[in-house]
Design a protein around this ligand. Structure first.
Ligand SMILES: Nc1nc2c(c(=O)[nH]1)N(C=O)[C@@H](CNc1ccc(C(=O)N[C@@H](CCC(=O)O)C(=O)O)cc1)CN2
Ligand SMILES: Nc1ncnc2c1ncn2[C@@H]1O[C@H](COP(=O)(O)OP(=O)(O)OP(=O)(O)O)[C@@H](O)[C@H]1O
Length: 206
């Protein structure tokens, strides 16, 4: 008998999500609370250089163990960029992005259908030119393992020219990840110690 029967790709992704979530939690729990946001205070210069002045910047409202993205939101806002966050009309609806007019005001966000804070229904729907994306794991060549909703992949299928940038802790780096046809690669990944520039970025720059 085969001692390790092959599992299908989605089972493998589920297994990896579990393992990387544990690693991420242990890593972040070991960091003093007050230091965590400081490690993602502002985007690195090579990232900023790729972002046109008028670009609409999509970010995310981070949960406790994801790379904290809110300093970036304030940084882009202060420089005159429109900042947008994911919004879901319902659990079944496709992910959209809505403008977050004042990233200093977390009170303006309302709990969405998945419990995440999101811009309210009266905000403008926009299409970001640049997306900073949360992730569970990534590879040095820009593969991304997300939460398993497929929301970003579906959004990027509709807007394939978006500049995609992952934000991650160093422990989220995977040697390799299962690849499915719908997976959209990241152009760059920022961690507290490194900036990964991937083949998808080189392809854009050509
Ligand atoms: N902070 C943050 N915001 C984000 C994301 C994220 O990963 N982090 N998203 C990233 O996409 C989008 C929403 N994320 C979601 C991810 C999964 C499910 C979901 O339905 N998950 C399944 C379980 C999947 C699994 O782990 O097997 C479920 O809850 O039943 C819903 C929303 C947009 N906003
Ligand atoms: N472009 C797409 N069109 C249709 N279905 C898709 C597309 N992209 C992903 N899916 C479906 O979404 C589900 C989850 O995909 P996947 O495991 O790649 O999610 P993920 O990228 O980890 O999640 P997320 O982007 O929400 O963080 C899969 O069942 C997949 O078939």
């Amino acid at each position: 008998m085969d001692p390790s029967p092959p599992t299908d790709l989605s089972e493998e992704k589920t297994r990896l999500r579990k393992a990387f979530r544990v690693a991420r939690r242990e890593h972040v729990d070991a960091l003093p609370q007050t230091m965590r946001a400081l490690l993602f205070l502002r985007p690195p210069v090579p990232v900023v250089q790729k972002i046109p002045e008028a670009a609409i910047v999509g970010l995310y409202f981070p949960h406790a163990y994801e790379a904290p993205a809110l300093s970036y939101a304030r940084w882009f806002h202060e420089r005159g960029h429109s900042v947008a966050l994911p919004r879901f009309e319902s659990r079944e609806a496709a992910m959209a992005f809505h403008r977050w007019d004042n990233p200093l005001d977390e009170e303006s966000l309302k709990a969405g259908p998945f419990g995440m804070p999101q811009p309210d229904s009266d905000t403008d729907s926009v299409v970001p030119d640049v997306l900073f994306m949360p992730l569970v794991a990534f590879t040095a060549n820009g593969q991304r393992l997300g939460q398993g909703g497929g929301h970003y992949d579906r959004w990027l299928e509709a807007y394939p020219d978006t500049l995609t940038i992952g934000l991650a802790w160093d422990v989220q780096l995977a040697e390799s990840l299962p690849h499915e046809a719908h997976d959209r690669p990241l152009a760059m990944v920022v961690t507290p110690t490194r900036l990964y520039e991937t083949p998808a970025l080189q392809k854009r720059d050509r």
